[in-house]
Each structure stands twice: as C-alpha cells, then as structure tokens.
Design a protein around this ligand. Structure first.
Ligand code: NAD
Ligand code: GLY
Length: 381
C-alpha cells in the first residue's frame, strides 16, 4: 500500500432484509450536531404534513419563501403551500428553471433580492422543495441572507433524499468549477416523502442509485448485498423508506464525526475523483453525475486491487450491481482527461491527492498519494 491512510466504515447492523412494506411507516433520524441538532423525517405522504412539522421547528417564523424549480413546482408546490398556509405561515413561491445551470451566482443574487422584497426577517425561513440543485441554491441563500436564517429541506430526487439534503453543504457553481462558492449551513429539518420519487425519470432515479450503492461500498456490505438482491428500481421502491433511512443514517454518522470535511467525510467521495474526470471529459453533456460516479467506483476498486488494498472480487461485484441499475461500469477516457481531473495537467500542478479505496466491501479508506503516483496506477490498468 502507498501513502498514509485513514480507515473508516462500519456496519450499523441492519440485520433485516429490505422487505416490501405495506402502508406508511414513519422513520425518524436525529442529526445530533451540538447546538444545531435536527431531525430527518421519512414517511410516504409527508408532503401534506410539512406545515405542522415546520410549525414545531420554526416557532417564530411568519413568512416562508418556498424555493422550487420549473419541473417540481407544478407537481408538488401547491400541496406544500396548502400545508404551510394551514399552519398559518405566509408563503411565497420562487421558481428557478430546472437544471444545474440555475445553480449560479446570478440566480443566488436574484433570490437574495426576491427574499428581501418578500419582507423576510431573521426569524423567517426558506423551504427548499426540489433536487440537489434547489437544495444547494436555496440553502446557500438561507446561509447568507441577513447573515443566515433557518431553512428546511424537502428533497424530491433520490440523490437529494439520500445525500445532498443532509449534512449542510450548500453552494453555487462558478465558471472555475462546481460548488466553488458555498458554506456549511445545517437545515432545521429534512422532510422526506418517498412518494415523490414516483415521478422521477428513470435516468434521474439511476443517478441517485449510484450514491445509494456508494453507501453500501464504503460502509455496509450487508446493505450492498441487499441492494444487489433487489436489483431493480421497482424492488428498491418497495423498500424505499428503509433504503433512505439506512443511507441517511450513514451520512448523518459521517457528518457528525466530520462536519467540515477534514477527514472521514472524504470517504463520501468514493468514485467521485475519477467520476469527475468522466463528466469533464465529455463537457458534462454525455454522462450524468451518477453515471460518472458509477464508472468511477468501478475504476477506483480496480485501482485498489492493483495497489494491494482491495480484495480481487470487489470490482466485479460493483460492476455487476451498477449494471443492474442501468449505470455504466466503465467510461472511455484519455490519460490527458484523467490528468486534468486529478490536477496534473499541463499547468503542471503537482502535490498530493486523497484517493478513497476499499480495504473490503463495506469499508473505505482515504489514501494519500502523489498525483503522479495516482496517474501511474490509472495507466497500469
Ligand atoms: P436536480 O436538482 O437537477 O434534479 C434532477 C432533475 O429532476 C431536475 O430536472 C429536477 O427538476 C427533476 N426533479 C426533481 N424532483 C423530481 C420529481 N420528484 N419528479 C420529477 N422530476 C423531478 O439534480 P439532483 O441530482 O437532485 O442534484 C444534483 C445537484 O446536487 C448537483 O448540483 C450537485 O452538486 C448537488 N449535490 C450536493 C450535495 C451536497 O452535499 N450538498 C451532494 C451531492 C450532490
Ligand atoms: N456529498 C458529499 C458530502 O456531503 O460531503
């Protein structure tokens, strides 16, 4: 093995199989950050109870700015507005165009002005209804307006329900790269209604599955095997509350141990460095983020085997599961594209990079390598 490493990952002992459930079951998780504790609520149909739930955590709020996008708004905003108004909030909806291109400083500045024109005060709140784009943008607006006000996440994509709505990373993209202007600003509550996933297009659901599979790879081999047995969107949806609960529990545990991304939290980037190379090589057009992460996890597992860290059977297992969920197990990419993504391009940046490897399935380790060493590993495959 090369470089220093920090080993992490443990099972939560979820002994139960992912079983189809009848009716609605409330799952509740507590993210116990000192002074900024919050709950993640997971329940089918919860969208209609948002008002009651917000009343409990936003006791002093009068106005709520509901931020959504042009796809999610027409589907779900009215139900959330009705629920909030029934709980005596004054609500105004702010709709951004759907898609990553809305997560920019101009949209943030537009939102700041709109929030002020609505008359928001420091005791009022923002509610983000949408995928990771809406959550990141609205969360960053909440983090910065009036030096920071409360916000609630209502994530509507699988990726947002299992990842981006939890942990307080909020950001916008800059010309120089994704998520380069941002903050750590924890939500007051995360309200997850798995029913909204029914309207997700298959590729967007598959994107979220890449992150779900990632949690199995880095933390819980038993969960990985359960997902592998499910093997389809339909069967995952039959146990969706459990799936989301397990992912959020892992993310919450990681965030509790390393809120500011200085150590353990890096394991959430498993597959992401190489995934970034694939996204960038195709100008963020050909492959989605989830597809790139899926191929990146497969490649990272192969590198782990080559470095003597990862058991030989692991890459095959990851390749097999990603394919079951319609994700690619490899994406063609040139050495120059890899070099650019790891920061070793013609600008000549050297230095080290943390690579996340799997000493076993269900366990992750951040290994510090020279960028040139990582390139040698990539070339050797
Ligand atoms: P997204 O927000 O762009 O949503 C994907 C598409 O699905 C959009 O067109 C959206 O309108 C649509 N959509 C959302 N919910 C829907 C529903 N229920 N039914 C039908 N359509 C629906 O993308 P995403 O994948 O949710 O999030 C990606 C963003 O998340 C990226 O900007 C990424 O940087 C960010 N992210 C942040 C974190 C974090 O920790 N903050 C973590 C991971 C990713
Ligand atoms: N999605 C990576 C993180 O929250 O750290």
């Amino acid at each position: 093995m090369v470089g220093e490493s920090e080993s992490c990952g443990k099972s939560f002992g979820f002994a139960c199989a992912l079983l189809p459930r009848k009716g609605s079951v409330m799952n509740r998780l507590n993210v116990a950050l000192p002074g900024r504790e919050y709950e993640i609520l997971i329940e089918r149909g919860l969208l209609d109870a948002v008002g009651k739930r917000c009343r409990v955590v936003l006791m002093r709020a009068t106005r709520i700015a509901l931020v959504t996008d042009s796809t999610v708004g027409p589907l779900y905003a009215q139900r959330v507005v009705d629920s909030l108004e029934a709980a005596r909030f004054q609500v105004k909806v702010f709709t951004i165009p759907a898609g990553e291109s809305s997560k920019n400083p101009e949209m943030l500045a537009w939102l700041w002005e709109e929030l002020m024109a609505f008359g928001l005060t420091r005791t009022d709140a923002v509610v983000a209804l949408g995928g990771g784009v809406v959550g990141d943008l609205a969360g960053f607006a909440a983090a910065t307006i009036l030096r920071g006000i409360d916000y609630v996440q209502i994530p509507t994509t699988l990726l947002a329900q299992v990842d981006s709505s939890v942990g307080g990373k909020v950001a916008v993209d800059l010309q120089a790269g994704k998520n380069l202007a941002g903050a750590f600003w924890q939500p007051r509550m995360v309200v997850i209604d798995p029913d909204v996933l029914e309207t997700l297009p298959d590729p967007v659901f598959a994107d979220g599955m890449a992150e779900v599979i990632k949690y199995g790879c880095i933390w819980d081999a038993e969960f990985f095997d359960m997902l592998d047995q499910c093997g389809s969107r339909e069967r995952v949806m039959a146990a969706i509350e459990q799936v989301i609960h397990i992912c959020c529990a892992i993310k919450a545990e990681v965030v509790l141990q390393d809120e500011h991304d200085r150590g353990l939290r890096m394991i959430l980037n498993f597959g992401h460095t190489l995934g970034h190379a694939y996204e960038k090589a195709y100008h963020y057009e050909t492959y989605t983020h989830g597809q790139a992460v899926a191929a990146g996890m497969c490649r990272a597992a192969e590198i782990g085997v080559h470095m003597g860290v990862t058991p030989a059977e692991v890459p095959g297992k990851i390749q097999s599961i990603v394919k079951k969920f319609g994700l690619p197990d490899a994406i063609p990419c040139t050495q120059a594209d890899y070099e650019e993504a790891v920061g070793l391009d013609k600008k000549g940046q050297g230095g080290d990079i943390s690579v996340i490897l799997l000493p076993e399935l269900g366990k992750a380790e951040a290994v510090r390598l020279k960028k040139s060493e990582l390139m040698e590993q990539i070339k050797a495959l």
